[in-house]
Every structure is written in structure tokens, then in C-alpha cells.
Design a protein around this ligand. Structure first.
Ligand code: PLP
Length: 430
């Protein structure tokens, strides 16, 4: 009792009527990834080493190491002593210029430093861009399955969310008809993620063009989450949405986290790809500028390191990491085929996670995806995110950004689990 904690609190004596309460916008009904993760962690069988196939942090794989170029760039910035002050709003000019050049090498319409705003990871880019477009009554179209931060951020800034489907049997392409049917006069933007977390697909040039033309028809802008930009190791090359910016204005979100394997450095960016000046006309450009004036910036030393990181990281670093990712994706896909009751509809060809369908009719004693993951944690000490956390009930979202032996161990335990829980008819046919 004396040690405080909940039970140690004193009873409130006076009958004060407190007027404050938690923000209603934070009381989202959606399932939070961290909330589910905590439940899984509590369920885990402590007698066995846990295999984590749930979060995507490439540093979890010891074969993924940052390029020494990045460490050199950062230590040079620190040791110079020139970058200890506050950075200018929107970012150091040399960092903005370097990002504009980096992105422009894949674009027909070149970007300038003024099109770039540096952010604290892609997370802050999302935190900035949603409120910027959230006028009262506005709605945004988000992919299902998707990246949950968009839902939470939208809810918190009063932006209504509508979901369009990604089609698992058509390489997770956008269901264009459902997209069009969802939009109305208050729809302002749509979000696209390619290469995709959580689906592991990479949209083709043709498909992106169709999406751009649809967005133009609807009069909405495209927010393109390219945090996994260039992490494409299948047959579809990475195509940035900015390629279609003369059809529809595009806000590109990027970061150092995944491609350069430094998620802890918390550095990202927003790029406005808009050769026709539509963001100027509609006040979006001014709103972004206004917002970055009142929010925080990435550390100045990291910004100072950006030109060297973007210009000097060598191609071997990128291609070695792609090789590792391709190999783990292949192992994942082949091993998954041997697991009863689970189906991966599309072989991963980009990013570091994938969606897998649970065929519940072939499994006994499991109600849904959350139940599946809790029991899997209990029985096998394997942690996987239930699909409901990314918008698809009765699916699993599996991260394969782990070391090969951990992946193989995780998948063999997953198989043991599925075999043990298979219905009688499945066991007989097997
Ligand atoms: C990891 C990730 C982010 C967040 O990136 P940070 O730079 O770590 O903040 C945003 N979007 C997607 C799709 C991601 O996978």
C-alpha cells in the first residue's frame, strides 16, 4: 500500500467537479497495434525463446546493417560543431536540395528544394499531412488492408475515413470501382502505399496511372507512402507516384527508416509533386508551410548528414539488402505453402511484410485471427499480428524482416500449430 501505485492513491475527499477529460479523438474504436501486441506479449510461453514476426524493424535482422557512409556522415556533422543550433523551418537547405535531387532522378518533372519538407520519420509526415487537408466535413479514402497510423491520425483530426479494398487475388491492386463509389463531394484525398506494407506487392506503372486518372476524375489528391521506395525485388519495378503528377497532384512521403536501415534516426520527408501548381492554388502548399512552422523538426545534425547519405551510399549496399530481402521472401513463400489452413495469395515482391489468409473452416478451436495469434503465442512463442490490426479480419500480417534462421524456426512452429489445430477431415486427408 505504502508503495503507491493504483491502490496507494488516496480517495478524493472534496466533491470537486473536474471539468477535464481525455480527448475523445483518442478514444478510437479501432484495434491498436500496440494494444494487441501487449496482449500477445502477456500470452507468450516464457519457456521458449520468442520468435518475433510481427514488427517491421529491419535492424532486427543482424544481416541488415546501416551503411558506414551513414555513420560517417552523421559523425562528420556532429564533429564539425556547426549543427548544434535549431534548424530553419522546413529543413536545412542542403538537405532539402539533396532530397529533391534524389527523388527527381526517377521523375519526369523535377522537384526543387522548395517542394521538400523534412520530418521526424515518415510518421511525422503523416502527422502533418492529414491535419493539413482536414477541413470540417472532409473525408479521406484509405486502403484496406493498410497502415493503421493513417486511421488513428485521421480520427484525431476529425477527418472521416472511408476504406477502399485492395484485391488479394489481383496482386493486391486497388478495387477502382469501390474507390469511385466511395468518393463524394467531401472527399479530398486518397492514400496509396507502394511497395506495400502490409501486402508485400508493388503496383505497376499501368495500375498507378489508372489510379492517378481516377483521382483526377474525382478531383482528389494522392498521398503516396513510399517509405519502402526501391525495396522491390520481384518482377515489378518500383514506380513512384510522382511520375503521374501532371495528371494528379501527389504528396510523396518517404523516410530513411527502411531503405537505409536506420529507423531509430527518425528522419523522413514530405515532397509535393505538382508541376501544375494545384497545391498553390488550393492553399495546400501554404497550409503545409504553416504547419511546419508550429511543429518540431528532425535534429539538425541528422539533416546535415542527409546530402552525404543520399549521394554517397553505394549501390552494393542497396543491392545486397535487396538480395537478402528477396531470399527471405522466397523462403517465407515456399515454407508457407507447406502449412495447412494458411494461404498467401500473392508472393511478396516488395517491402518486408505480407498478408496471409487463415482458412478458419479447416481449423478447430479457434474463433478468429486474434484468438489464433494469442494461442500461437501461448503454445509456440511466435508473435504475429492479427490481420484485424491492419483492417482485415481473419488474416495474419507476417513480417519477414528477420534473420533466416529465426524465420525458419518461426514458420516451423507455425506449421506445428496449424497441424495440431487442423480439423479431423483435414488430418485424414493430409
Ligand atoms: C515504417 C512505415 C512508416 C513510418 O516510417 P518512419 O520513418 O519509421 O516513421 C510509414 N508508413 C509505412 C507504410 C511504414 O511501413
Amino acid at each position: 500500500m505504502e508503495n503507491g501505485g493504483e491502490s496507494g492513491r488516496k480517495e478524493e475527499k472534496n466533491n470537486v467537479k473536474w471539468k477535464f477529460q481525455g480527448n475523445q479523438g483518442l478514444k478510437s474504436s479501432a484495434v491498436s497495434v500496440r494494444g494487441v501486441f501487449n496482449v500477445l506479449m502477456q500470452s507468450i510461453n516464457k519457456e521458449r525463446d520468442a520468435v518475433h514476426l510481427c514488427r517491421v524493424d529491419p535492424t532486427d535482422n543482424p544481416f541488415f546493417r546501416a551503411d558506414p557512409v551513414a555513420a560517417h556522415a552523421l559523425s562528420t556533422a556532429v564533429n564539425s560543431g556547426n549543427f548544434n543550433g535549431y534548424p530553419p523551418t522546413a529543413g536545412l537547405p542542403q538537405a532539402r536540395r539533396a532530397i529533391a535531387e534524389y527523388l527527381s532522378s526517377d521523375l519526369p518533372n523535377k522537384l526543387s528544394a522548395e517542394d521538400i519538407f523534412v520530418t521526424v520519420g515518415a510518421t511525422q509526415a503523416i502527422d502533418i499531412i492529414l491535419p493539413v487537408i482536414a477541413n470540417p466535413g472532409a473525408n479521406i479514402l484509405l486502403p484496406r488492408p493498410g497502415y493503421p497510423l493513417y486511421e488513428f491520425r485521421a480520427a484525431f483530426c476529425g477527418l472521416e475515413v472511408r476504406h477502399f479494398d485492395l484485391l488479394p487475388n489481383s496482386a493486391w491492386e486497388v478495387d477502382i470501382d469501390s474507390l469511385e463509389a466511395l468518393a463524394d463531394d467531401n472527399t479530398v484525398a486518397m492514400v496509396l502505399i507502394s511497395p506495400s506494407n502490409p501486402c508485400g506487392n508493388v503496383f505497376t506503372y499501368q495500375h498507378l496511372k489508372r489510379v492517378a486518372e481516377t483521382a483526377r476524375k474525382l478531383g482528389i489528391c494522392v498521398i503516396s507512402d513510399e517509405v519502402y521506395g526501391h525495396i522491390a525485388y520481384g518482377s515489378n519495378p518500383f514506380v513512384p507516384m510522382g511520375v503521374f503528377s501532371s495528371i494528379v497532384p501527389v504528396i510523396t512521403i518517404g523516410s530513411l527508416s527502411k531503405r537505409w536501415i536506420v529507423p531509430g534516426w527518425r528522419f523522413g520527408w514530405i515532397a509535393t509533386c505538382d508541376p501544375n501548381g494545384i497545391f498553390q492554388k488550393t492553399g495546400i502548399a501554404a497550409s503545409i508551410k504553416r504547419y511546419v512552422e508550429i511543429t518540431t523538426d528532425p535534429p539538425t545534425v541528422i539533416q546535415a548528414a542527409i546530402p552525404e547519405i543520399l549521394e554517397r551510399t553505394n549501390n552494393e549496399f542497396y543491392s545486397k539488402n535487396l538480395d537478402i530481402t528477396r531470399e527471405t521472401a522466397n523462403i517465407f513463400y515456399e515454407k508457407l505453402k507447406e502449412i495447412p489452413s494458411l494461404t498467401c495469395p500473392h508472393k511478396p515482391e516488395g517491402a518486408m511484410a505480407v498478408m496471409v489468409l487463415i482458412n478458419l473452416s479447416q481449423i478447430e478451436g479457434i474463433i478468429d485471427d486474434v484468438d489464433f495469434c494469442v494461442k500461437l503465442a501461448k503454445e509456440e512463442s511466435v508473435l504475429i499480428l492479427p490481420g484485424v490490426t491492419v483492417g482485415l479480419k481473419n488474416w495474419l500480417r507476417i513480417s519477414f524482416a528477420v534473420e533466416r534462421s529465426a524465420l525458419e524456426e518461426g514458420l516451423s512452429r507455425l506449421k506445428a500449430f496449424c497441424v495440431r489445430h487442423a480439423t479431423m477431415s483435414q488430418q485424414i486427408s493430409a
